[in-house]
Design a protein around this ligand. Structure first.
Ligand code: XMP
Length: 509
């Protein structure tokens, strides 16, 4: 299988480059910019892409690439920062400031670069750079320039080095996919052989070989990752996979029943554990968001360990880890502050003395969904909106009690039912209700009421890192608010959350 290595210099678009390459049916992987040359060689790439990045190549501690990379005889494409880095490393000149270009820009191609094969001579691209190339490195030829006369693409075919000042991976760049495809197929002579059907066959064989006659256990959450991992593994080891589904008492209306019904159709062996009482007891009287998260994470581990111990002969723990979780980034983690301590079903203790099986660790989320479809996982699981590990606890602000959770469940179900009617619903990242521990005065019939407030939150997002609130039609909001106040005891006022992330977060706690 052909492989493209992407050296990550910290751009927010690095993963997007990797996904675009895979969409063109060529396998790609991301390595940090400070990886050793040996490690790059071990991966036997057909081509190397150096990503963009937030820094200036003129900064003292700016990312660089391994010494000797350009002498490997493997084609290299530098994107944005990558192109500037190549220029600087090979003796050209990059300057800061003056010709800043952000957003859409027109460019025109010069000459007949392989990268621009079957692409018009003028088109629009997406730029995002403060620095620009003042003079190309010796041996390089200008392949395109912007309307301001700034180099937009360069090449040195003799050395097999190419550069794009713009981002071919973003949708706003016209012919971006064609340009990447030209790099993969015309420059690197890749074969488009990355195919998820083949991958499923290969991975099924690998799991069989690894696990042998052992038994595997896994925690199911109802979400797409753990479900696809389980179905794939069951395909390989049959009934030697035991799945544990823990109801933490913080699930949505009828969720446990619905999830179990879905799983029963998938012929998975699922052991249902209703630990609601244990979780709610542990959370009793707790109002601090971080304490709630910690308690839920720890309680989950205790419950899971106890259940897992019932499968004495299990050797393996299956986890739904995805590629974005394993990518080593040169910058990841630096200066990162903990906003929320995340709890995932996958987040189990290190001392569980089980070997970890992570069959999806090479896939992006959209590939996991496509794999799930190929494996016959129902659409309701595949297109399920993300639901946080701590469940309704982070949406039921203040103290968590059974009656308050019931109130929230009903309000949330009404909102989701109403908004699901909207044709834009499939493009929504998450839509849910939040219950505030704030009482306000209302009037119903002729009587005064004094009840809590429900907030409606609907957001659009690509990865949960940033988000914007969805402009839900007034009619839907109106119907939802009326129904909640009429049908849900304990709520007499409905509000709408109109903040993006940042400055807010998607969940309220
Ligand atoms: P925030 O609230 O941080 O959420 O903007 C970003 C995305 O992550 C989900 N989320 C979680 N997912 N365990 C999870 O598996 C968690 O502890 C957790 N907390 C938040 C949230 O629903 C949103 O999609």
């Amino acid at each position: 299988m052909d492989n493209i290595v992407i050296l990550d210099c910290g751009s927010q678009f690095t993963q997007l480059i990797a996904r675009r390459v895979r969409e063109l049916k060529v396998h790609s992987e991301i390595l940090p910019w400070d990886v050793s040359l040996e490690r790059v060689k071990e991966r036997s790439p057909r081509g190397i892409i150096i990503s963009g990045g937030p820094m200036s190549v003129t900064d003292a501690d700016a990312p660089s690439v391994p010494e000797g990379l350009f002498g490997l005889g493997i084609p290299v494409l530098g994107v944005c920062y990558g192109m500037q880095l190549i220029t600087r490393m090979m003796g050209g000149h990059v300057t800061s400031g003056t010709a800043r270009e952000y957003g859409r820009t027109g460019i025109s191609a010069k000459g007949d670069s392989l990268l621009f094969r079957e692409v018009p001579s003028s088109f629009e691209v997406w730029m995002s750079h403060g620095d620009h190339i003042e003079s190309l490195a010796p041996g390089f030829r200008l392949a395109a320039e912007t309307l301001k006369g700034v180099p937009a693409a360069m090449e040195n075919p003799e050395k097999g080095i190419w550069g794009l000042q713009f981002h071919p991976e973003v949708v706003h760049t016209q012919f971006g996919t064609k340009i990447l495809s030209n790099f993969l197929f015309s420059v690197c002579s890749c074969t488009p052989d990355w195919d998820l059907g083949d991958w499923i066959e290969k991975m099924t064989g690998e799991i069989r070989e690894k696990v042998g006659d052992d038994r595997v256990i896994c925690g199911l959450s109802g979400g797409v990752d753990s479900s696809v991992a389980a179905v794939l593994t069951a395909r390989a080891v049959g009934d030697r996979l035991d799945c544990i589904f823990v109801n933490n008492g913080l699930l949505r209306l009828n969720e446990a029943e619905e999830v179990l019904e879905q799983y029963s159709k998938l012929s998975l062996k699922v052991h249902y554990v209703d630990a609601s009482e244990t979780f709610l007891n542990a959370l009793s009287g707790v109002t601090d968001p971080e304490r709630k998260r910690k308690i839920i994470g720890e309680t989950f581990i205790r419950v899971f360990e106890k259940e897992a111990a019932k499968f004495e002969d299990a050797k393996w723990l299956l986890q739904g880890t995805l590629y974005p979780d394993v990518i080593e980034s040169g910058h990841k983690g630096k200066n990162a502050s903990v906003i929320k301590s995340h709890h995932n079903v996958g987040g189990l203790p290190d001392d569980m003395k089980l070997l970890v099986l992570e069959p999806l660790r090479d896939l992006f989320k959209d590939e996991v969904r496509a794999t799930g479809r190929l494996l016959g996982v129902p659409g309701t699981i595949i297109s399920r909106q993300p639901f946080p590990g701590p469940g309704l606890a982070v949406r039921c602000l203040g103290e968590i009690t059974e009656p308050r959770l019931d109130t929230l469940r009903q309000a949330d179900a009404i909102f989701r039912e109403e908004i699901a009617e909207w044709e834009e619903y499939p493009s929504i990242w998450q839509a849910f209700a939040v219950l505030l521990p704030v009482k306000t005065v209302g009037v119903m019939g002729d009587s005064r009421t004094y009840s809590e407030v429900a907030v409606l939150r609907a957001v659009e997002s690509h990865d949960g890192m940033t988000a914007d609130w969805v402009r839900v039609p007034y009619e839907i909001l109106d119907r939802t608010a009326r129904r909640i106040c009429n049908e849900v005891k304990g709520v007499n006022r409905v509000a709408l959350d109109v903040t993006s992330k940042p400055p807010s977060t998607i969940e309220w706690e």
